[in-house]
Design a protein around this ligand. Sequence first.
Ligand code: AMP
Ligand code: TRP
Length: 332
Amino acid sequence: MDTEKKVIFSGIQPSGDLTLGNYLGAIKNWVRLQEDYDCYFCVVDLHAITVKQVPKDLRRRTLEVLSIYIAAGINPEKATLFIQSHVPSHSEASWLLTCNSYIGELGRMTQYKDKSKKMGDSINAGLFVYPVLMAADILLYNADLVPVGKDQKQHLELARDIAERFNKAYSPTFTIPEGYIPPAGAKIMDLQDPTKKMSKSTDNPNGCILIMDSPEVIRKKVSRAVTDSIGIVNYTEDQPGVQNLINIICAIKNISPEEVVKSYEGKGYADLKKDAAEIIIAELSPLQEKVKGLLDNKEYLESIYKKGAEKANYISQKTLRKMQKKIGFIPR
Ligand code: AMP
Ligand code: TRP
């Protein structure tokens, strides 16, 4: 029975085309976890508008992200798949939690510091309270586990702090969520600058493999990946480019870095790159075909996100009503 299972919540922003980092850091692990948990996977469009979006691209990407979830192997019959803006409790709970969050703690978030630096004088307030909305997402479903990439660890810790504070100020309301950060795909780095995480919002498209990139493009990007002058395939911090390629292989094939290093004894970077490219293509090609099929079937997608929103609305409203009551609002 679903009700006995522990709960997972996670989400991805439709703010740019999804990358291999999103796939290996998040989605691929969701697929593995879905059998054992009651899962909620959300397309977090409210988060996406903390940076400027072109409306028609946002619409296209929202459905594409949903299609990628399904194509990657999330079973919509088991997991609840929905679009964040279809479930108003997220915005409502977010306000209640904003009034229980501190400017100091929000200002310490590294993602805020990085993103706001690029925005000059017009930093929108949404970017600042973004982690509170993320806390609302997680806490409304009383999630036990939140599978995310390493870059979200700080936000997750803040969600725990906010939950504990609310529980203490009123009475026990929220489950305190744990993070689940995968061993191999936790931080896929930029191919052109392996000290930086691979990101949708990169300035150099060659550094970033998109889930929907064609085989030719993937071969080209991987063959140009920055390595080093050492020339031996080894898994060390001194060879971040090589380490990143090894991590990609490990995350896809579910093997250890030692196994990869061993199979390249006596071989060079060219072999490693060639194999890495083919491994990525073999993983992504079937998924891409399914995404294209799903995007041609908008009615099916609509049936999934409508059903998902219905369940998410039901569950999240129960938590929201509890919060409102404890705060002192008159029940409606
Ligand atoms: P975002 O693209 O910021 O919406 O991130 C969605 C999910 O993908 C989060 O769980 C991130 O931690 C994860 N993620 C994003 N970029 C990477 C990356 N380069 N390596 C590993 N995980 C990532
Ligand atoms: N902030 C997350 C990111 O950029 C996306 C996200 C929003 C999320 N709400 C969430 C992830 C809740 C996990 C749980 O990656």
